[in-house]
Design a protein around this ligand. Structure first.
Ligand code: FMN
Length: 189
């Protein structure tokens, strides 16, 4: 039997902050699946944080930046609003800087017909500027309000489960490889 790989720190970021959001249902679905995966999960719910969006910091900015610095990989759980991603997520991305660099990130997106894909494609462009390696495969949940049953499980999980397996395979490889790379040679960008 091969040795079980050492867990790596993985930050899961819930991007929607609306009072009646469905985001936590989506994140809880993901967190249940990460249970047993070799990653130490830090769930960062943006609704819990005060991020002033000021370069001088303030509020929870310093604590948030430390959590981003600690992570070796990220998963963003994001809805789509008007073909884009939520404003508080942009503020969060802008709050840290070098702490994002040379680390991989996967997406769990949701929305109406598009399943949040347009939000994800916009995020890929922004994350390239931050030197984040976005992984190709992700989870996309269309018609999100009809997609979950009363237990918070997906009524038709096959596609999401396949996407999640691919995303985690890619994220694990990049997380471990880039961690070694950053340790060998500081990433200067
Ligand atoms: C302001 C607003 C704009 C939206 N725009 C889109 C959209 O462009 N595409 C889409 O698929 N769904 C759109 N939706 C539907 C959301 O994806 C859906 O309401 C989802 O529940 C939002 O996530 P949340 O509940 O976690 O905030 C929009 C919802 C809101 C509130």
């Amino acid at each position: 039997m091969p040795d079980r790989p050492a867990p790596y720190p993985l930050a899961v970021i819930t991007a929607s902050v609306r009072p009646d959001r469905i985001g936590p249902t989506v994140t809880r679905w993901l967190l249940r699946r990460l249970d047993g995966h070799p990653a130490d999960v830090d769930h960062i719910d943006l609704a819990d944080l005060d991020l002033p969006g000021d370069l001088a910091g303030g509020g929870d900015a310093e604590r948030f930046t430390k959590r981003i610095a600690h992570a070796d990989a990220f998963v963003v759980v994001t809805p789509e609003y008007n073909h884009g991603y939520p404003g508080p997520l942009k503020t969060a991305l802008d709050t840290a800087y070098v702490e994002w660099r040379a680390k991989p990130l996967g997406f769990v997106s949701y929305g109406g017909a598009s399943g949040g894909l347009r939000a994800v494609e916009q995020l890929r462009a922004v994350l390239a500027e931050l030197h984040v390696s976005t992984v190709r495969t992700g989870v996309m949940i269309p018609d999100v309000h009809a997609a979950f049953d009363e237990h918070g499980e997906l009524r038709r999980p096959e596609r999401a489960e396949a996407g999640l397996a691919g995303m985690l395979r890619q994220l694990d490889w990049w997380a471990r490889t880039l961690r070694r790379g950053r340790a060998d040679t500081p990433y200067v960008g």
